[in-house]
Design a protein around this ligand. Structure first.
Ligand SMILES: Cc1ncc(COP(=O)(O)O)c(C=O)c1O
Length: 431
């Protein structure tokens, strides 16, 4: 058991001055009924809390840190920019450098617009899609998270198509979600059926090409291709939300991974190198509908911030090293495969799913294909697991339906230690 006295005291004070003591809800670890991590610093694959306990980190700032924490080259790039001014409210050459890099890796993007968060990227992308097509309807998928803008916070009724379903948050007038259809992920039939009935009103389909917000759920064969084909047929735009998968599953993101060219791509997390930077991009004819050229309004005081852009440019440059992604995939497989094999061999009701350097260990199900599968997960077992890992100095994302992110800073030794701790847990609880 770690000594967490300082963490407890500081979190108590935080809770007095901030709702739940946090700036973003999942950080509070409410379901675990414990003081969440109160971090003072981080380095490589490790987080250090205010009591100087050390944790091997598989959250990695929710996937943003593909090179690990405080990578010296990324830090230096940010510091170089910072010394020359942190924000100008004017355009800079550094934006051209990062924009050109994105465009060179992602052929779907002929132009990009920088924003400061994934939420801004997705929110702006659907406004652009609506402005460009002159239609209002959007389709998203159950279990996806596209940030916290009104139009995305729609929860589908279990087992139904959940069309124009109820909001998952108070404070969202029903008029704001009346154009949001929420369909089951990986269900081509449900998608086809909806599109047939509503073709003329659909502005766009927004999808996490690899679902990462119900835990890691890869697309079924043909699913993404169907989205591409149908949207083309009905004159709607296909938006890949690659806030997590962009520069994570490869330099070309999930679009290249699956060989699909969407109309718009949203990027965040890795593109900021750990700083607040995100963007959305697509064909020039669509992007030119944005102000100041077009009439779709979108803006931001800190958009294209030089410090964030500098850090992001450097993070992507580091990922361009030969075999960077192959090495990450190999490491991830060496964590996931032995565990998955063990689960199958022992017929344990759990599974570990992964793509590239993202993975999730699900308890209570041997396969997860869409959000409905996650309804019957064994959350009690997950809670036990999270606590077991935490007490052994391994920090995984605190939710059962979150992805773990492996970084270049995780050593083979780190991976092996993690694997042993997980296997020890499985042996203990599924004797
Ligand atoms: C797929 C996806 N899209 C959008 C977002 C929103 O990004 P942000 O938290 O930067 O607003 C997230 C956040 O985790 C995400 O996972």
């Amino acid at each position: 058991m770690q000594n967490r006295k300082n963490s407890d005291a500081i979190y108590t004070r935080l809770s007095g001055v901030m709702p739940g003591g946090v700036s973003s809800p999942v950080r509070a670890c409410l379901e675990h009924q414990m003081t969440p991590l109160v971090v003072s610093r981080a380095e490589g694959a490790y987080l250090f809390d205010v009591d100087d306990n050390q944790y091997l980190d598989y959250c990695m700032s929710w996937g943003a840190l593909i090179h690990g924490h405080a990578h010296p080259v990324v830090i230096e790039a940010a510091l170089t920019r910072l010394r020359e001014g942190s924000s100008f409210g004017c355009t800079t050459p550094y934006e051209e450098a990062l924009a050109s890099k994105v465009i060179s890796h992602m052929p779907a993007c002929e132009k990009v617009r920088f924003v400061s968060s994934g939420t801004e990227a997705t929110m702006s992308a659907i406004r652009l899609a609506r402005g460009f097509t002159g239609r209002s309807g959007i389709i998203k998928f159950q279990g996806a998270y596209h940030g916290h803008a009104d139009a995305f916070l729609v929860q589908a009724g279990s087992g139904s198509l959940g069309l124009n379903g109820t909001s998952t948050s108070l404070g969202i007038p029903k008029e704001h979600i009346q154009w949001t259809a929420c369909l089951p992920y990986n269900d081509i039939q449900a998608f086809d059926q909806y599109v047939k009935q509503h073709a003329a009103s659909i502005a766009c389909v927004i999808v996490e090409p690899i679902a990462t917000n119900m835990g890691l759920v890869p697309p079924k064969e043909g699913f993404l291709h169907t989205l591409r084909q149908r949207t083309k047929e009905i004159g709607a735009l296909l938006i890949f939300d690659e806030v997590v998968t962009g520069f994570r599953v490869g330099l070309g993101g999930a679009a290249a991974y699956y060989g699909i060219t969407p109309d718009l791509i949203c990027l965040g997390k890795i593109i900021g190198g750990g700083m607040p930077c995100a963007c959305f991009g697509g064909r020039a004819e669509i992007m030119n509908a944005l102000a100041p050229l077009g009439e779709v309004y979108q803006a931001g005081t800190l958009s294209g911030n030089p410090v964030a852009v500098g850090a992001g440019f450097t993070a992507i440059s580091l990922a361009e090293r030969p075999h960077f992604y192959e090495e990450l995939e190999r490491k991830t497989a060496s964590l996931v495969m032995p565990i998955q094999e063990y689960l199958q061999k022992k017929s344990i009701p759990a599974c570990m799913q992964h793509r590239a350097s993202l993975c999730t260990l699900f308890f209570g199900k041997t396969h997860i294909c869409h959000a409905e599968d996650t309804m019957s997960l064994d959350r009690t077992m997950f809670k036990k697991f999270f606590r077991y890992m935490f007490e052994r100095g391994v920090y995984i994302p605190p939710g059962q339906q979150e992805v773990w992110a492996i970084s270049a800073a995780h050593t083979q030794e780190d991976i092996e230690r993690t694997r042993e701790v997980i296997l020890a847990f499985l042996q203990e609880v599924y004797l």
